[in-house]
Design a protein around this ligand. Sequence first.
Ligand SMILES: Cc1cc2nc3c(=O)[nH]c(=O)nc-3n(C[C@H](O)[C@H](O)[C@H](O)COP(=O)(O)O)c2cc1C
Length: 225
Amino acid sequence: MEFDAVVRGRRSIRGFLPKPVPKALIREILELAMRAPSSMNTQPWHFYVVTGAVLDRIRAGNVERNLAGVPHSREFRLGPGYEGVHRERQVEIAKQLFGAMGIARGDAQARQDWVLRGFRQFDAPVSIVITYDRALLGSDIPPFDCGGVVNCIVNTAWSRGLGCVINSQGIMQSPVVRAEAGIADDQVIQTCVAMGWPDDSFPANAVVSTRKSVDEAAVFLGFPD
Ligand SMILES: Cc1cc2nc3c(=O)[nH]c(=O)nc-3n(C[C@H](O)[C@H](O)[C@H](O)COP(=O)(O)O)c2cc1C
């Protein structure tokens, strides 16, 4: 696929076909995505690629702990809740997704089901847990580097017909992920990416999120015009 078509066409996929993803294809995607730049070429990322019974145990543990009200244990700092324009954008994408799925604003059960779907990593056949070396903990740079490689992963996957959603919900109960995926103590869990073959009949997969304009995002200085 052309680069522009990949970037413009990619969207988060939250409904998957029950069809396995070959290990060789995931290796190919990771090999290409790891061309991502990183600070001083440190490449601090590691990938725990989970499927099958291991992923099912992670899903079950995530759901069980969330239903039991166990507080999240993400391994990175969270700022205050979104406000202002950021809150508006958060609400906008939620409205788009709920609208597509026919989830009414007041339907607490359907909303809860959607949240649980996220904790189940949208029932994707594969989850890639992204970690970085704990020796670098405390710097904001390795999470930035992980963001770079994750962006490459989701776009590379898309170029090969696979869909992804970067899924913070999947690692909110980090002890479950850590235990089931056998994540070494010298690793910090940054995020996970749910991956699989898109189910085109799943309404939320058709949602195209909006973007602010270049004029809102960029200031150009020193140009002649
Ligand atoms: C760091 C990060 C965490 C995310 N976590 C979640 C998540 O937990 N659940 C979810 O449904 N989407 C999650 N997303 C996907 C975003 O909602 C999505 O990328 C955004 O709305 C833009 O939509 P698009 O990917 O379709 O362009 C996450 C994305 C990022 C970058």
